[in-house]
Design a protein around this ligand. Structure first.
Ligand code: SAM
Length: 288
């Protein structure tokens, strides 16, 4: 961790750090909103991964028909390592590297995900500690909303990608609907300050070729509304376990989780439905 990285830490990544220290449970490996298509099936997923099937389905959908066999893959903002573990176990990539800003995430990943070819590195998305053209594929899922300088991030992704390499990019952002929200409907929604134009400006600035650009907000709503296999179910059970034990958490932490659960169950669903939020992904490449 460099001094530069510490200077750019955002309140959101401080929250992730605290959450990981609070919940070292190895079952919780994804930290994203997940995705469900109308006809999503899960016969490709092993039983051990069903508890987080919406998140596994998000990275699988983002990758589409990409063939990663024999390739060197980097995930930037790898969190608790769910995507990296998926990549190492399901894609036959030659190597998978996860990079994250949050030291607790790196410690957890090194303890929980021990697989051949998989490694984790602490570092900043805007100052990547890798040589030029070190990777064939870069993945970034639901992390860039924490970055203070999206253009710098784009420059760094381009630098570490080989010519012709691919960049799979997904995040949530403010949508086109800017009408004011009621107090209750705004709970959790104001976290996301970036707008579509900022992501597109970064893509243009870095000179990526856009192969595909998809709005998956409907699939994110479906995942929020699913009865199992979503981040919210696992988090709710972990918070309930804490409540039942003597190592209970301070009231402000329970309040923060209540806010998050309200977002998943109510305000987030409304916000994606009425266009206050949007969730997009891009399949990009580094053209020569
Ligand atoms: C919502 S989590 C997503 C984690 C993972 N991509 C997933 O899909 O489960 C966002 C992650 O981005 C990381 N992050 C935030 N700012 C970062 C930065 N400047 N550099 C690297 N990682 C960062 C956070 O620590 C957190 O682990």
């Amino acid at each position: 961790m460099t001094t530069q990285a510490q200077e750019t830490v955002s309140p959101i990544s401080q929250w992730y750090d605290m959450m990981t220290r609070m919940f070292p449970d190895k079952r919780l490996t994804f930290l994203n909103y997940g995705y469900l298509a109308e006809d999503s099936r899960f016969d490709w997923l092993s039983a051990e991964d069903l508890e987080q099937k919406c998140s596994t389905n998000l990275i699988r959908t983002l990758l589409g028909d990409a063939d990663l066999r024999g390739l060197k893959v980097l995930e930037i903002g790898s969190g608790r390592g769910g995507n990296c573990s998926y990549l190492a176990r399901y894609t036959d990539a030659a190597s998978v590297t996860g990079l994250d800003f949050c030291p607790a995430h790196i410690e957890l990943c090194e303890r929980v995900h021990r697989l051949d070819g998989l490694s984790f590195v602490g570092g900043d998305a805007m100052a990547l500690p890798f040589a030029d053209e070190a990777f064939d594929v870069v993945i970034n899922i639901e992390s860039s909303h924490c970055y203070p300088d999206l253009n710098k991030f784009g420059e760094e992704v381009r630098r570490v990608l080989r010519q012709g390499g691919r960049f799979f990019y997904a995040d949530t952002m403010k949508g086109a609907n800017t009408r004011a929200l009621s107090e209750r409907d705004s709970i959790g929604v104001d976290f996301f300050s970036n707008v579509l134009d900022q992501h597109q400006a970064m893509i243009h600035h870095a000179g990526f070729r856009v192969e595909d650009h998809v709005d998956i907000s409907q699939g994110v709503i479906r995942a929020f509304e699913s009865e199992q296999g979503h981040l919210k179910h696992l988090l709710k059970s972990l918070v309930d376990e804490k409540k039942q034990h003597s190592d209970s958490l301070p009231p402000e932490v329970y309040h923060a989780f209540d806010t998050m659960f309200h977002f998943f169950d109510d305000s987030g669903i409304k916000a994606y439905r009425n266009g206050h939020l949007a969730y997009k992904f891009w399949r990009l490449s580094k053209a020569a």
